[in-house]
Ligand binder design. Structure first.
Ligand SMILES: C[S@@+](CC[C@H](N)C(=O)[O-])C[C@H]1O[C@@H](n2cnc3c(N)ncnc32)[C@H](O)[C@@H]1O
Length: 167
């Protein structure tokens, strides 16, 4: 699975998870939408949840948008490819620890790789962060269940159990 990032550069570069992954050649950073190849776009505003069925449209690529959460409005995600939201997963990074849905770029790419059946890629991405293994531990059960779903409707049904528990 190739991991690509449209890099906006409006977040703290010291804490940027995409820049760190790029230093290890684990993601490719792109400075414009035009340069960013098409793939499954990880977009929290998307109507459809990511599921294993997306593997067939993936071109073997996932694309995240690395920008500040303050500027991550829907218009910013104008990137080529099917847009998908990640289902309920909780962040393990120190800034948003325990917060559902609001993941770092590294967590989002890793979560997507797990759902798409590429857990080894996810483990490699997360191995570069002190808290990386915690993301897999905190989300172990949902990630394995999402990866076993046939399609987005099944993923949403599984997600609803976690949302009900979170209330
Ligand atoms: C808003 S940026 C924040 C980046 C952060 N500054 C960092 O260093 O990782 C996180 C990106 O990860 C992806 N992402 C995070 N949570 C997501 C979710 N629930 N659904 C889909 N994509 C998500 C999106 O591409 C989003 O733009």
């Amino acid at each position: 699975m190739e991991c690509h990032v449209r890099y906006e550069g409006d977040d703290d570069p010291e804490k940027c998870t995409a820049r760190k992954l790029a230093r290890f050649d684990l993601v490719a950073l792109h400075n414009s939408a035009r340069e960013t190849p098409s793939g499954i776009v990880l977009d929290p505003h998307a109507e459809q949840a990511l599921s294993p069925a997306d593997r067939r449209d993936a071109d073997n690529r996932v694309v995240a948008l690395d920008c500040s959460w303050e500027t991550a409005d829907a218009e910013r995600f104008s990137l080529r490819g099917p847009h998908r939201a990640l289902p309920f997963l909780v962040a393990a990074n120190p800034v948003n620890y325990g917060t559902p849905f609001q993941l770092t770029t590294a967590e989002a790419l890793a979560g997507a790789c797990c759902v798409l059946g590429e857990r080894d890629v996810a483990e490699t991405l997360l191995s570069k962060f002190r808290w990386g293994h915690t993301f897999l531990e905190l989300n172990d059960e949902p990630l394995r269940r999402y990866a076993a779903c046939a399609d987005s409707a099944e993923v949403v049904a599984v997600q609803s159990e976690y949302l009900a528990d979170a209330d």
